[in-house]
Design a protein. Structure first.
Length: 272
């Protein structure tokens, strides 16, 4: 049965790849982008199946307006995919106030505004699926991506809470947590801070770890995303790629070991 999918950041990368995959199989897609010209190819190919909407997710009022337009046009929204976002590359000391605020504004607050806008629609319908594009960097970290890490950690906390609040309305929530993929996320889409020479060694170590094998093929994710959207009982979290699970498993083993080592100190701090 065809679904209506609302997807932000559909002009490039995962957003465009997934939007086209939905359209190819007959779904209806509301595709948002800052620059609508980037969606012309999809519009020319799929016609009335797609509703292109200009949207800057940083504008809360515009997010509500876009959801209203989508609902009026297609009658419902079955799935929201909050995909809009970008990477800010730079150490924490190098990051300016504006760069930090812009990163959190888009990756966290933009996602929050679209989520808030769609919830009344899905509650009224009695069903819906909210898919938040997080990252493996929402559960562990890499240097020179501190603000990006922070934004995705925030998305994780928000979305896990949301899942408990809306389950009773028939709304599911899923966090997609990709490892690295060969999109332009680290290229044209990225923002870079002004560098301090003192961190050259940190940057060099970071770059040395970026081997070709750790980056997945973006188009290979479509089968997983289609299966997720079609699932009657979707998971709260879904890794994409072969690197994420082994990495996360080691991270959590290390965390548990540290917590256990300090368990006596933690218990004594309870006071009774």
């Amino acid at each position: 049965m065809a679904k209506t999918i609302f997807i932000t950041g559909a002009s490039r990368g995962f957003g465009k790849i997934w939007a086209e995959a939905f359209l190819k199989r007959g779904d209806k897609v509301v595709a948002t982008a800052r620059n609508l010209d980037a969606l012309n190819g999809l519009v020319n190919t799929y016609g009335k199946q797609i509703l292109p909407l200009q949207l800057d997710v940083n504008n809360r009022a515009d997010c509500f307006t876009a959801i209203e337009k989508a609902t009026a046009h297609f009658g419902s929204i079955d799935v929201l995919i909050n995909n809009a976002g970008y990477g800010l590359f730079g150490t924490i000391e190098e990051t300016s106030e504006q760069e930090a605020r812009d990163q959190i504004e888009t990756n966290f607050f933009g996602l929050l505004w679209v989520t808030q806008a769609v919830l009344p629609v899905m509650r009224k319908q009695g069903h819906g699926h909210i898919i938040q594009l997080s990252s493996v960097l929402g559960i562990t970290t890499l240097p020179v991506l501190g603000l990006y890490n922070a934004s995705k950690f925030a998305v994780e906390g928000l979305s896990e809470t949301l899942a408990t609040e809306v389950k009773g309305f028939g709304i599911n929530v899923t966090l997609i947590e990709p490892n690295g993929f060969a999109t332009d996320w680290a290229g044209a889409s990225a923002v870079n801070t002004t560098q301090l020479d003192v961190y050259d060694g940190v940057r060099a170590a970071f770059q040395a770890g970026l081997t070709d094998d750790i980056f997945g093929i973006p188009e290979a994710t479509t089968a997983a995303v289609l299966k997720l959207v079609d699932s009657e009982n979707p998971p709260l979290r879904l890794f994409l790629g072969k690197v994420a699970l082994p990495w996360a498993s080691q991270v959590y083993q290390d965390r548990l070991a540290t917590w256990t080592e300090w368990a006596d100190v933690a218990s004594a701090a309870h006071g009774k």
